[in-house]
Ligand binder design. Structure first.
Ligand code: PLP
Length: 397
């Protein structure tokens, strides 16, 4: 059977990482992959994670299976992080949370749940979106459509076009929103725009699915939950898929969660029963280590405060690289206005570089950027910024 197979199309972003690894140029720069890098270009383990792991090593008594939905303690901590402690949704038990293998696991379990129980519902994705979204939901059998999101001419949110499209979506369809730090554009709705989005979602009886992979990388751990909290105040039902890969730097531990808001405590339990079935036939139960670390940090007020500081350091570095990038491009004589990059949030921005400029940067300068022109700002450092901007100035000429 296998000899008839044609080669699979490699993943565009991970393929670039391979090419970067094999590039012998010592001055190569990787702005393609979605991983935070510090000023030295490294992705270190957070000090709070090290401390939590040391404690776990002492206290861990068993490696037996977790329940299908993971640790209850972890679920409680996640809910407080998403909605704020003592939120009415939590005290009225309208929220349930399943620990999942990464944010990707949460999206896939959510997709399986939607496909199995609501086969008539279409999922609407922003155009553009994280390239894995269509793949995950198609693999789960969920029909997909897109709504406009980004205005290339102004490098800003195409808000009116987005609202116009949302206003045509049939009741019972699902809308996926990025909670903050939109990947790949770096453009998020303002709080006032979230209010308007919520109004349309409620009027048209749509179900929001918030993908929340970068909490803390935008304006702050609490501030970044603004959109999600505005939605959750008014909608009856919603899904939230969050990831701890970036904000806890736990990439290879595969830790995230799927949270669902239902109309009542009873409905929430029914929903969780179905979620467990989807998990059981998928991976049975989640890996424990990443969730134990996150729960241990969030449960300890001192560690939690220290974690907030560590996230702040990552966020501040990204913001300062955005500003330095814009300044250095100007110093290098680039006429084109790139000031929008300083106002965007999170690790990613659409640079506006076209595919041939991106190819030239790779071939002539060993600078790796995704074909869409999306750059990972966290890949920039004080050491590589000048070389980067000089090369961009040349390909823009
Ligand atoms: C928008 C978005 N959602 C989800 C994920 C998945 O994160 P994880 O690595 O935890 O599966 C990512 C990761 O890059 C992402 O950018």
């Amino acid at each position: 059977m296998f000899e008839q197979l044609e080669a699979a199309t490699p993943d565009a972003i991970l393929g670039l990482t391979e090419a970067y690894k094999n590039d012998p140029n010592p001055e190569k720069i990787n702005l393609s992959v979605g991983v935070y890098k510090d000023a030295c270009g490294a992705t270190p383990v957070l000090a709070t994670v090290k401390e939590a792991e040391a404690r776990l090593l002492q206290s861990e008594k068993t490696k037996t299976y977790l329940p299908m939905a993971g640790s209850a303690e972890f679920g409680d901590r996640v809910q407080s992080l998403l909605f704020g402690a003592d939120h009415e949704l939590i005290s009225s038990r309208r929220v349930v949370t399943a620990q999942t293998p990464g944010g990707t696991g949460a999206l896939r379990v959510g997709g399986d749940f939607l496909h199995t129980l609501f086969p008539g519902s279409t999922l609407w994705l922003s155009q553009p979106t994280w390239p894995n979204h269509p793949g995950i939901f198609s693999a789960a059998g969920v029909p997909i459509q897109t709504y406009p999101y980004f205005d290339v001419a102004t490098n800003a949110l195409a808000f009116d076009a987005m609202i116009d499209q949302l206003n045509t979506i049939p009741a019972g369809d699902i809308d996926l929103f990025h909670g903050c730090c939109h990947n790949p554009t770096g453009v998020d709705p303002t709080p006032a725009q979230w209010e308007q989005i919520t109004e349309v979602v409620c009027q048209r009886k749509l179900v929001p699915l918030v993908d929340f992979a970068y909490q803390g990388f935008g304006d702050g751990v609490e501030q970044d939950a603004t959109g999600l909290r505005i939605l959750s105040r008014q909608v009856r039902e919603m899904l939230i898929c969050n990831s701890f890969s970036k904000n806890f730097s736990l990439y290879n531990e595969r830790i995230g969660s799927l949270t669902l808001v239902a109309g009542s405590a009873e409905e929430a339990q029914t929903v969780m029963g179905h979620i467990k079935l989807r998990i059981r036939t998928n991976y049975s139960n989640p890996p424990a280590h990443g969730g134990s670390i996150v729960a241990a940090i969030l449960a300890d007020s001192k560690l939690r405060a220290q974690w907030h500081k560590e996230v702040e350091v990552m966020r501040d570095r990204i913001c300062s690289m955005r500003e330095l990038f814009v300044r250095t491009l100007t110093t290098r004589g680039v006429q084109q206005d790139f000031s929008f990059i300083a106002n965007q949030r999170g690790m990613f921005s659409f640079s506006g570089l076209n595919p041939s400029q991106v190819a030239k940067l790779r071939e002539d300068y060993s600078i790796y950027i995704v074909g869409s022109g999306r750059v990972n700002v966290a890949g920039m450092t004080e050491a590589n910024i000048d070389r980067l901007c000089k090369a961009i100035a040349t390909v823009l000429d």
